[in-house]
Design a protein around this ligand. Structure first.
Ligand code: NAD
Ligand code: NA
Length: 398
């Protein structure tokens, strides 16, 4: 199955849920409040640009560094009375704000894994920007059609070796219960997951961009990874998805060789756990995230995607100083999440976690506009939920 690329322009802006526009505006205001990023990127391609870390990277480049941006994503516009996906509205809102500020911003909606979308993107760069100086790779997908073989790969989220039993939260009801996830019983599931979420597609993008001559001298590229605490190791870092992240991280060496004659460089940034469409799909992890948010907020060190990306650009990628890397060569902006005092308190809460968490979790859903609860939400529903959220918040305070 080949997914048909869709490149229709954005439709009627007035039909967008107000909440999405406000969320994008808030992110823009945050980036502006931090001041201009000196020597920041000027012409940027973001692959996976519509939600989570991708849209936050795009906003940071545009409003922190006046960058022209091209965003590639896979989203559905509204059709026949059905609302579009959250990422569609995010991107429409972003483009509206970017254009109002006189910034170049165009988007390509289609399958980023395909050769066709890579070609369309390259043509657009050639036509409008000439060359780009930053490529952000922020794709997260459960499946991939391989562009050379046509094989469909589906990723799995499973432990390797032994079954894993731990607590999980039902995202819709907020109920906490035990879950046992059986390990993969064949190497194929591991290989499939690597094929979807590993580094091959990032490498393909960089190869194609280089061959087309659209990468500027000194180009940078960054992809995102995750490590997390030991309690999620069996399902995340030591599980099938962790193998894919190992592969992504190893791709840095390959891409660095490719970019050497351009004086280009590639990085993996290990980001903090955040509620996004992709992280919500992993068992156990959402409960960990809700406890993590609670602890980090109490300590005044909570960050969302935008705070993370602004910090990555301003203090790491474009700080003008030598970028500090961990022993495996990775940028670490999960430093606050992994702080010993934070992890100790999360572990203690984990022991106590019962459906008591329910209320807290619901508040998270209502207050984190990036998350899937806000997918396709209508304005009136948004207001209802916001009201409910305020009520819950006051309950929690007492
Ligand atoms: P997300 O689901 O919010 O965003 C995924 C993006 O990929 C969207 O823009 C979507 O449209 C796009 N996409 C998916 N399939 C596509 C396709 N076939 N063609 C074109 N676009 C496609 O995900 P996220 O949480 O922002 O994750 C981005 C990266 O950050 C991933 O590598 C993820 O592992 C990593 N990361 C996430 C977390 C977390 O807790 N959320 C933490 C650390 C690192
Ligand atoms: Na993203």
């Amino acid at each position: 199955m080949i997914i048909k690329p869709r490149t229709r322009g954005f439709i009627c802006l007035t039909s967008h849920p107000e909440g999405t526009l406000q969320n994008i505006k808030n992110q823009i205001d945050y980036v502006k409040s931090k001041g201009k990023i000196k020597n920041g990127p000027k012409k940027v391609l973001v692959i996976g640009a519509s939600t989570g870390f991708g849209i936050a990277s795009r906003i940071t480049a545009a409003f922190g560094s006046d960058a022209a941006t091209i965003g590639v994503f896979f989203e559905k516009p509204a059709a026949e009375g059905k609302p579009g996906t959250a990422g569609w509205y995010n991107s429409a809102a972003f483009e509206k704000e970017a254009h109002a500020s006189g910034l170049y911003a165009k988007s390509i909606n289609g399958d980023a894994f395909s050769d066709e979308i890579k070609k369309q993107t390259i043509d657009l760069i050639k036509k409008d920007l000439g060359q780009i100086d930053l490529v952000v790779y922020s794709l997260a997908s459960p499946r991939r059609t391989h562009p050379k073989t046509g094989v469909n790969y589906a990723s799995v989220l499973k432990p390797i070796g032994q079954p894993f039993t731990n607590k999980t939260v039902d995202f819709h009801t907020g109920v906490v219960s035990d879950i046992t996830i059986n390990p993969v019983d064949n190497d194929e599931d591991i290989q499939n997951t690597i094929a979807v979420m590993g580094g091959e597609d990032w490498k393909f993008w960089m190869e194609d961009l280089k061959e087309a001559g659209v990468l500027a001298e000194g180009v940078k590229t960054v992809a995102y990874s995750y490590i997390g605490p030991e309690l999620t190791y069996p399902i995340y870092r030591n599980g099938t998805i962790g193998k894919a992240k190992d592969d992504l991280e190893a791709t840095v060496t390959t891409i660095n060789k490719l970019l050497k004659d351009l004086n280009g460089i590639s990085y993996v940034s290990v980001n903090k756990a955040l509620v996004t469409q992709s992280s919500s799909a992993i068992p156990v992890v959402p409960l960990y995230i809700s406890l993590l948010y609670k602890v980090m907020k109490q300590k005044g060190i909570h960050e969302g995607c935008i705070e993370q990306m602004q910090r990555l650009f301003a203090e790491s990628l474009y700080s003008g100083e030598k970028i500090s890397l961990d022993e495996k060569g990775r940028i670490r902006i999960d430093d606050l999440e992994m702080r010993e005092d934070v992890q100790k308190e999360v572990a203690a809460l984990w022991e106590q976690a019962t459906t008591q968490v329910k209320k807290y979790w619901q508040i998270q859903l209502l207050h984190h506009k990036e998350d899937i609860a806000f997918k396709s939400i209508s304005k009136s529903k948004w207001e209802d939920q916001k009201l409910a959220g305020d009520t819950l918040k006051s309950v929690q305070r007492t």
